[in-house]
Ligand binder design. Structure first.
Ligand SMILES: Nc1ncnc2c1ncn2[C@@H]1O[C@H](COP(=O)(O)OP(=O)(O)OP(=O)(O)O)[C@@H](O)[C@H]1O
Ligand SMILES: [Mg+2]
Length: 253
């Protein structure tokens, strides 16, 4: 069964065809990567999944339900979380608080509950805090729970973003270049993290430029170029695909 399916998705910005007639499937509990040169349409795919941009055409099925007309918060509630290519943290807030505020946006306690149902509110507070701590441990940042986020090294800030996404307990997690700007050691840690997410039962969709990461952990790879899917397959096949090599010519790959 496919957890996520794109049918005939197109997204245009003025005259730019950011995505053109894309069909794509992600299997449940799979680690799948989307690769391609700059401007290929990779981030636009994530923006369509999460409802930040509405495709001009096509359907996106998540667990069999078309989500293309849903609002971002409705899509998040179904169990999809993401990180961004550019880090989006509250830099002046402590590490733990960054995760907690993100979860507040999606819990059920409204103002009425807060005033008249303090018991439930406190219970939710406690659960949110416990989850935040759990996922900080998961990404190896527990010791920095009270550190101001903006003072963390860049690689650690990226890990915090991952913890924040995980704390909403999504079944599908979208990671947009999670190892960008990381040193080889941190990159290795993120590869391990992604494999641990799979062990937790998550489905991981990854946009990544580092071919060591892509070829090392992907079970399936989709290759985009100028908004079009030019290839897909297992790492071994993608490595030797002539169209892919041409799309990357001039790059170190
Ligand atoms: N909000 C927008 N308004 C106008 N054009 C956009 C917008 N978002 C993306 N584009 C354009 O759509 C195309 C695909 O962009 P996208 O960000 O999806 O590429 P990408 O594959 O993620 O690239 P990169 O590897 O550089 O992150 C590019 O030509 C980009 O300039
Ligand atoms: Mg991008």
């Amino acid at each position: 069964m496919h957890l996520l399916e794109f049918r005939n998705i197109s997204m245009h910005f003025g005259g730019i065809k950011a995505i053109e007639d894309l069909d794509m499937r992600v299997k449940e509990n799979q680690i799948m990567s989307i690769i391609g040169p700059n401007g290929a349409g990779k981030t636009t795919i994530f923006n369509c999944i999460t409802g930040l941009t509405k495709p001009v055409k096509g359907s996106i099925f998540f667990s069999g339900k078309d989500i293309v007309n849903l609002q971002p918060h409705e899509i998040a509630k179904l169990g999809i979380a993401r990180t961004f290519q550019n880090i989006r943290l509250f830099k002046e807030m402590a590490v733990l608080e960054n995760i907690i505020v993100a979860q507040h946006c999606r819990t059920s306690s409204g103002l009425v509950d807060t005033v008249f149902g303090l018991g439930r509110f406190r219970r939710e507070e406690r659960i949110i805090r416990e989850k935040a701590i759990e996922y900080l441990e998961f990404v190896g940042l527990y010791d920095f729970a009270n550190t101001v986020s903006g003072s963390l090294p860049y690689g650690a800030q990226r890990k915090l973003e991952i913890a924040r996404a995980l704390a909403s307990e999504p079944s599908l997690i979208l990671l947009d270049e999670p190892t960008a700007g990381m040193n080889p050691q941190e990159t290795g840690q993120v590869m391990e993290l992604i494999e641990n997410m799979k062990k937790l039962g998550k489905t991981v969709l990854l946009i990544e430029h580092d071919m060591k990461v892509v070829m090392g952990i992907s079970e399936w790879i989709v290759v985009m170029d100028h908004g079009v899917k030019i290839a897909e397959g297992i790492p071994e096949d993608i490595k030797n695909n002539q169209l892919v090599i041409e799309a990357y010519l001039g790059k170190e790959y």
